[in-house]
Design a protein around this ligand. Structure first.
Ligand code: PLP
Ligand code: LYS
Length: 442
C-alpha cells in the first residue's frame, strides 16, 4: 500500500491525513467528502517554484484551475505565489471572488464568448491565450472599443503526439485547440498580432496533453516552439518574451504508474529552451507553466461509507459506496485506475479482490475493479486516493445526487471549503409550472 503526502496510520489503525483521523472528518462532515492534504499541495507548488529559482529563470507557475476550481484553493494558491489559469467566465468569477490578483490570471479556451472576453477586460487580467482567428477578431474589436491594452499569447499545436488517453491529448495537429505550428496557421496569427496597437503579443503557448509520463514529449514541444520563435527572430526581428509550456505532468495513481517527480519535467523543458536560446542568441524568455493535476491530484482523497454488498458467485464481489460517478467520473470516462483502503481498518489483513461500485443507476458506475482491500461491512469507510484533480470539478447531479463536501486539512486542523449540497440545492434551478399550464393539459 502506497500512502501519499502526510498520510499515516494511527494507533487505532485509522488513516490520518495532516494529523487528523479521517473518522473524525466523517463524523463531522459525513460522506462522501473529498479531503485535501494542504501540506502536500504546498509542497508540490513549492517544488515548481523552487525549480525555476534554482535555474535562475524568470517564470510563472499558473495553477490550471480546471482541475479543482474553488475559492479557498485560489486563496492558498495566491499565498504561494502561483498564477492562475482559468478557462471560463465561471472560473474567472471564482478567482475574482477569491480576490486573486487579476494580473496573475491567464485566460484559456477554444471558444471564449464575447461576453467572457469582455469580462476579462473589465477584470483586467494578465493575459489572454488566443486559440483561433475568430478570437483575434473579437479581441481586436473589444480592445479597440475600450481602448485598452491586453497581453496575449497564441496557443499552438506543436505536432507532438503524447501517449495518454485519446480524450486528453491536445498537442497533435488534428486537435480542436490552437493554431497549428506546421501548416502556417501560427505564422498567420503572429503576422496579425505582432504590431497590434492594443494586443501585446508576448509569445506562444502549448499544452500537449494530460497525465503524461515521458519527459521527451515536453522537451520536443519546447524545442519546436523555440525553433518557430527563432524563425520570427530572423525574419521579423521579433523577440517573444514569454514561452508557456502548459501542464500535463503525470501523477502516480496506482503502483503501476511511474511518473517522474513533477519538477523533473519542468527542469528538462527549461534546460532545452536555455540551450536553444544560447544557440540562437535569443534572450531567454520567461517560462510559464500550467500544472493542474500534478498540483492537486495526489493531495485529494475521497472518503465514502460502505453500504450494500453483493456477491456474484464465482464472478465478483461488489462493495457499494455512497457516491460514485457523480463525484468521480474518471473511471467511467477514461477507464482511470485508483487505489483504495478501508480507512478505519488500516491494519486489518487484505481480504479478497472486490469491485467498488457507486450508487448510480449505471452498470458502469464502478470506481475500482479488482481492489484488494480488507473485508468490509456496512458503515466502514473507504478512502480512494489521488482524487484531487478532475473529480469535484467534473462532478454532476446525475440521479439527483448531491455534490460532496470538500475539506482542507493541515497541521491537525480541518476546514470546510465547499459544503455538501442539500436537497434544496438540487431543485434550485427548477421552475414549477403555473397552475393554468397544468389545467390546459387535463
Ligand atoms: C491548456 C491547458 N493547460 C493546462 C492543463 C492542465 O493539465 P494537467 O492537469 O494535466 O496539468 C490543461 C489540461 O489538460 C490544459 O488544457
Ligand atoms: N479531465 C481530464 C483531464 C483533462 C485535462 C484538461 N485539458 C482527466 O481527468 O484526466
Amino acid at each position: 500500500m502506497f500512502l501519499h503526502g502526510t498520510q499515516t496510520v494511527n494507533e487505532e489503525g485509522h488513516l490520518e491525513i495532516g494529523g487528523v483521523d479521517v473518522t473524525e472528518i466523517v463524523a463531522e462532515y459525513s460522506t462522501p467528502t473529498i479531503v485535501y492534504d494542504m501540506a502536500l499541495f504546498e509542497r508540490r507548488a513549492k517544488g515548481f517554484v523552487d525549480t525555476f529559482e534554482q535555474l535562475g529563470v524568470k517564470a510563472q507557475v499558473a495553477y490550471a484551475s480546471k482541475a479543482f476550481s474553488n475559492i479557498a484553493l485560489y486563496q492558498v494558491a495566491e499565498t504561494l505565489g502561483l498564477s492562475l489559469d482559468v478557462v471560463s467566465e465561471g472560473e474567472l468569477y471564482t478567482a475574482v471572488r477569491a480576490n486573486f490578483p487579476a494580473e496573475r490570471i491567464h485566460f484559456h479556451g477554444n471558444n471564449k464568448s464575447e461576453s467572457e472576453l469582455r469580462y476579462a477586460f473589465e477584470v483586467g487580467i494578465g493575459c489572454i491565450v488566443i486559440d483561433n482567428f475568430y478570437e483575434i477578431d473579437l479581441l481586436r474589436k473589444i480592445a479597440t472599443e475600450r481602448n485598452q491594452k491586453m497581453n496575449v499569447l497564441i496557443r499552438v499545436t506543436p505536432g507532438v503526439e503524447a501517449s495518454t488517453h485519446d480524450y486528453i491529448t491536445t498537442g497533435q495537429e488534428d486537435s480542436k485547440f490552437g493554431f497549428d505550428l506546421k501548416n502556417g496557421q501560427a505564422d498567420r496569427a503572429f503576422q496579425q498580432l505582432k504590431e497590434d496597437k492594443h494586443l501585446q503579443f508576448l509569445g506562444m503557448h502549448c499544452h500537449i496533453g494530460s497525465q503524461i509520463f515521458e519527459v521527451d514529449g515536453f522537451v520536443h514541444a519546447a524545442e519546436a516552439l523555440m525553433q518557430k520563435m527563432h524563425t520570427w527572430q530572423e525574419e521579423d526581428h521579433f523577440i517573444c518574451s514569454v514561452l508557456n509550456l502548459g501542464g500535463g505532468f503525470g501523477i502516480r495513481y496506482t503502483e503501476e504508474d511511474a511518473p517522474e517527480e513533477p519538477h523533473v519535467y519542468v527542469k528538462a523543458m527549461t534546460e532545452a529552451v536555455m540551450k536553444l536560446a544560447e544557440q540562437y542568441k535569443y534572450p531567454m524568455p520567461a517560462i510559464w507553466i500550467e500544472p493542474g493535476r500534478s498540483l492537486v491530484g495526489d493531495a485529494g482523497t475521497t472518503l465514502y461509507t460502505v453500504g450494500s454488498q453483493k456477491e456474484v458467485p464465482n464472478v465478483r464481489q461488489y462493495v457499494a459506496v455512497d457516491g460514485g460517478m457523480t463525484d468521480n467520473i474518471r473511471p467511467a470516462l477514461y477507464d482511470a485506475k485508483y487505489e483504495a483502503v478501508v480507512a478505519n481498518k488500516m491494519n486489518a489483513p487484505k481480504g479478497t479482490v472486490v469491485t467498488i461500485a457507486g450508487k448510480c443507476c449505471e452498470s458502469g458506475d464502478q470506481l475500482i475493479q479488482g481492489a484488494r482491500i480488507s473485508a468490509v461491512e456496512n458503515g466502514d469507510i473507504i478512502a480512494l486516493f489521488c482524487t484531487g484533480a478532475y473529480t469535484y470539478a467534473m462532478a454532476s447531479n446525475y440521479n439527483r445526487l448531491a455534490k460532496p463536501a470538500v475539506v482542507f486539512i493541515k497541521d491537525g486542523r480541518h476546514q470546510l471549503v465547499a459544503r455538501r449540497e442539500k436537497l434544496e440545492d438540487l431543485v434550485r434551478l427548477d421552475e414549477a409550472l403555473p397552475q393554468d399550464w397544468l389545467e390546459e393539459r387535463n
